[in-house]
Design a protein around this ligand. Structure first.
Ligand SMILES: [Zn+2]
Length: 289
């Protein structure tokens, strides 16, 4: 192989040009219907839970009940998605002192980790409320990102991951979520993240369960879209930023554990985690399919 002329590190894996990620708060029984639909359509979401309000009886409340899910169903219900911090008791964090902010976040994280069995690193702000002090404490606690209730057309990567704006809320109007998605999807040059947040209970509150399909199904099933949880987006971004490309363009080192895709003179190639790959030798790295 000749020395490549150009090596690019595309923003998403598998050569996908759009990443779709979703975020749902509060963990009521209504999440069951949302998760079931997302699993059917291949959508991935992050569910932000308050460990202090989860049921603790071991008995699952009936479908459609205005109740938090039971702690005993968290691991199974959200498998394949991400469980993230939403604090223990859903306070306005900017009204608390430092020790209570830290306790609300860290105790929620530990309780959720006890339920799901993996490190919980993402978060959404209760009521979308935060200030600089809250951000500083979260950073000290190792929270990777924290979603706000603000909207931004270009939402990723955010300047401040602990004040992360989404693309839009599920019930955004003028344009609606499917209209926004259709527009960016139709633009073949669009290369970005489409990030929708909301609550499953809003479908119930508005007596609009049809909305689940009307709003979210149009985002699904697209071959050039990467469907990912919030933390998968941040983890991939961190891995691609760590990629080291030799200045002579003859080798690439991927020091992270995740495979990272590069485009070598327009040809997609996977650089496996933890490997040094020579680009000057034939067949040294597997082509990405
Ligand atoms: Zn909430």
């Amino acid at each position: 192989m000749q020395t490549p002329l150009r090596i690019e590190i595309p923003p998403f894996p598998y050569g996908k040009r759009i990443a779709v990620t979703l975020s749902f708060d509060d963990g009521h029984t209504f999440d069951r219907r949302t998760v079931e639909a997302f699993n059917r359509w291949g959508l991935k979401a992050t569910f932000n839970l308050n460990s202090g309000t989860l049921g603790r009886s071991g008995i699952k409340p009936a479908d459609g009940e205005w109740k938090p899910i039971d702690a005993s169903e968290v691991a199974d219900l959200y498998r394949g998605h991400e469980v993230a911090i939403h604090t223990v008791s859903h306070p306005w964090l900017q009204k608390l002192d430092a020790s209570q902010i830290a306790t609300e976040v860290l105790e929620d994280r530990k309780a959720l980790e006890d339920l799901v069995g993996y490190p919980v690193r993402g978060m959404a702000y209760p009521f979308g409320g935060y200030n600089q002090q809250v951000i500083d404490i979260l950073r000290g606690l190792g929270v990777v990102y924290c979603r706000t209730v603000e909207s931004a057309e270009w939402c990723f990567p955010p300047k401040e991951p602990l004040a992360w704006a989404a693309t839009a809320h599920q019930y955004a109007e003028n344009p609606t979520v499917p209209e926004r998605f259709e527009k960016i999807y139709a633009n073949a040059r669009y290369n970005g993240v489409f990030f929708i947040w909301g609550h499953s209970f809003e479908f119930h509150q508005r007596n609009d369960w049809e909305g689940l399909e009307r709003i979210f199904k149009p985002l699904s099933g697209k071959p050039d879209v990467w469907y990912c949880t919030n933390i998968e987006l941040f983890d991939y971004e961190a891995a691609r930023r760590r990629l080291v490309i030799a200045a002579n363009r003859k080798s690439v080192c991927n020091p992270s554990a995740l495979p990272v895709d590069i485009s070598v003179d327009g040809k997609l190639m996977a650089i496996p985690g933890g490997q040094l790959v020579s680009l000057a030798e034939e067949g040294s790295a597997p082509a990405r399919t």
